[in-house]
Design a protein around this ligand. Sequence first.
Ligand code: ZN
Length: 413
Amino acid sequence: MKASRTRIKEDIETIARFGGLSEGGVTRLALSKEDMDGRKYLIEKMKEAGLNVTIDAVGNTIGRREGKKKLAPIMIGSHLDTVPCGGNYDGIAGVIAALETIRMLNDEGVETVRPIEVVNFTAEESSRFLTATMGSKCMKGSLTIDKIKSLKDKNGNSFYDALSQAGFEPDKLDSVKKYIGDYHAFIELHIEQGPVLEAEKKPIGIVTFIAAPTRMKINIKGKADHSGNTPMNMRRDALAGASEIILALEKIASEEAGRHTVGTVGDVRVTPGAMNVIPGEVELLVDIRDIDMNEKRKAYELFIESINEVASKRNLIIERELLVNDTPVQMSAKIINTIQEATESLGYPYKIMHSGAGHDAMNLVPITDVGMIFIPSVDGISHNIKEFTEMEDICNGADVLYASLYKLAMEDQ
Ligand SMILES: [Zn+2]
């Protein structure tokens, strides 16, 4: 049984129209009209596939196919929301592949032992409310009512308000929380959002770990002086200091910390920011990720040492604020094996790899056995209108998801 390219293509192309941009790509922010239109289409398609659709208090949409027994279901899915000027595959591929596996079961007339649930999580992207994977965080139980009232978009609308406006019932947040035993397994198929699978010509990635970030804001204070009248040896140039710090992080991540460590300074704000003024103040936004908490801590400590060295050498005052320090999560060995066997049975080449980006899947880890299937991103591009994944790769991914799901959904215990 193979996934239907025609059905998958039609779904992906139709969803691309909700918030579709004339230059290609899509803007479908969480809980926007475009997102709600996309959800409506998905619900229609879920019903067409015979799924019983329920929507929880924060809008997570779940289509359920019953099994022979009243056992804990297998959940599969991803998200339909996008970043501004995003692509047509990030999240969408996983939701549509999940839906397709249900149609494949229907075509084969298969009745599984366990129920299966296809999910579209609310607000995976952080673009609107500045927090990622919100629907799955609510399932994990890590967001409170106060928190969802405090997370606001740039117009001052909170996540709570947006949920209410969309017709959901955020006051019933507690009812969204899932517990150990509620699910037998969760699998998310997702585009890789990196260049590795394409470069190695592997159509399937099997995820072992999801890396987690340590993020900080660094404020460097020197002295803003006249660029003509201040001799070189009498300067306290905050930007020159920042440059050393940026290069130090690059060196630490590439040479001194763990094999999987990555470090990025993604934003630099210079004050006053004039051609003829020595920069007096610089703010840096830093993101360090690893799949190993010890390696990440090591990179962080080395980085702090470098910052202190630069501060004393250049007579700068450097303050840092730790914004995030998350713990990496490990996928279930059982699900990794299941996906690996499924991929091998189909004869598709694969790579065992980690995810540098966060996904809804990580929030399900405390609740059930979790796995992720990656499919290639052309040129590694995502969160961009140029994001592209070949239809064939989505179909191959759906095949692997189907075979993995089939195995798990037939498990009696
Ligand atoms: Zn995504």
